[in-house]
Design a protein around this ligand. Structure first.
Ligand SMILES: NC(=O)c1ccc[n+]([C@@H]2O[C@H](COP(=O)([O-])OP(=O)(O)OC[C@H]3O[C@@H](n4cnc5c(N)ncnc54)[C@H](O)[C@@H]3O)[C@@H](O)[C@H]2O)c1
Length: 273
């Protein structure tokens, strides 16, 4: 997709971090922008800034872990803007503990936002994007943790692998249509992700003091750089969007371990009967 002027983008988690940078970059391309976030104040601030700079934009309060909330977002976006050409399923959260120490609500919350939230976005938007007959693109935000496992964030890793799997499947399925798919796999980015607990809904245990989060990794880059990679991928129809060369070894190690298992199997006689 290369023609952005007058088209519409919807970004979940658009009230801050990577999502906010994507909203601002899409607006700079002449797009209309729907800023969706569970944090109403943050989303309204971003949308107001965009409007002040001449963009057609509004905020929609959305909890992406709630299917009806995402359906309502789609109804509002298509209803007010006429069509949606770019959907960024970007909202995400993380909780920190070994797998066996993550509570049931930790799992429900993180999988609810990071995996189900992306799926709900696809379900609510994709059929209408296809029916429009216009060019379109869906960007699902995963993580380097969607490419190989990191200890201490099990629900996040499970969800982010799922987002890669969903995106790879969709990329194949949509190859002959006007809608393309990318999966964004960043590593450290300077955002509030380490303070995700600030926006934890009550049904998943409620919000906590934002000060309780962990520090961002040292190699963190700016969200604006990530948004630039996203735009480049939309223009060139890239499936995978990477942001850090540093994660290459982790990806290679994962696939080497899988290939080593094939070597062992073949050395011991292969598939057998
Ligand atoms: N920052 C990083 O280092 C990093 C690395 C890899 C992947 N990511 C991914 O990037 C995406 C964006 O995160 P970020 O780093 O900008 O963090 P962030 O916390 O700055 O922004 C996330 C946004 O999502 C919103 N949000 C949280 N729960 C929500 C919900 N239930 N419904 C709707 N919105 C919700 C928050 O209010 C916030 O505005 C996430 O999917 C995250 O997993 C981030």
């Amino acid at each position: 997709m290369n023609n952005f002027e007058g088209k519409t983008a919807v970004v979940t988690g658009g009230g801050g971090g990577i999502g906010e940078s994507m909203c601002r970059l899409f607006a700079a391309q002449g797009m209309n922008v729907v800023v969706s976030d569970i944090d109403t104040t943050a989303a309204e601030k971003v949308a107001a800034d965009l409007v002040a700079n001449g963009t057609k934009s509004f905020a929609v309060t959305t909890d992406v872990s709630d299917r009806d909330s995402v359906k309502a977002l789609a109804d509002k976006a298509f209803g007010e803007m006429g069509n949606v050409n770019i959907l960024c399923n970007n909202a995400g959260v993380v909780s920190f503990a070994p797998v066996h120490e993550q509570s049931e609500k930790d799992w429900d919350w993180v999988v609810g936002v990071d995996l189900h939230g992306v799926l709900y976005g696809v379900q609510a938007f994709l059929p209408r994007m296809l029916a429009s007959g216009e060019d379109g693109h869906i960007v699902n935000t995963s993580s380097s943790a969607g490419l190989y496992a990191f200890p201490g964030i099990g629900p996040y890793v499970v969800s982010k692998y799922g987002v890669v799997a969903l995106s790879e499947t969709m990329y194949e399925e949509l190859a002959s249509t006007k809608i393309s798919v990318s999966v964004l796999c960043p590593s450290g980015v300077q955002t509030q992700i380490m303070h995700s607990q600030r926006n934890r809904p009550d049904r998943f245990g409620g919000a906590e003091d934002p000060g309780l989060g962990q520090s961002a990794p040292d190699e963190s880059i700016s969200p604006a750089v990530v948004a630039g990679r996203v735009l480049e991928a939309i223009q060139n129809n890239y499936l995978y969007i990477l942001t850090h060369t540093e994660i290459r070894e982790g990806v290679e190690n994962r696939f080497k371990a899988i290939l080593d298992a094939f070597d062992r199997l073949e050395a011991s006689g292969g598939t057998g009967t």
